[in-house]
Design a protein around this ligand. Structure first.
Ligand code: SF4
Ligand code: SF4
Length: 66
């Protein structure tokens, strides 16, 4: 099972992780004007391709294989 963590302090809501995820597992949250990506799927939705982690130039995503 894979767990996907987004560091919202680092995320600048560029949307790249949304673009690359084959399972549409990310969305952008807007919390009082503060925007960041979050994992919106069920844990089983992540196939562990690591595309999101690789695509995030801000180092805001970790994919963990538990
Ligand atoms: S690619 Fe990184 S910076 Fe861009 S929205 Fe996703 S987590 Fe945030
Ligand atoms: S590792 Fe792949 S399937 Fe999992 S959330 Fe990232 S891009 Fe999506």
């Amino acid at each position: 099972m894979f767990v996907v963590i987004v560091d919202i302090e680092k995320c600048r809501a560029c949307g790249e992780c949304i673009r690359v995820c084959p399972n549409q597992a990310f969305a952008i949250a807007d919390e009082d004007g503060r925007r960041y990506a979050f994992f919106q799927g069920d844990p089983g939705d992540c196939i562990g391709c690591y595309s999101c982690e690789a695509s995030c130039e801000d180092g805001a995503i970790w994919v963990l294989d538990l």
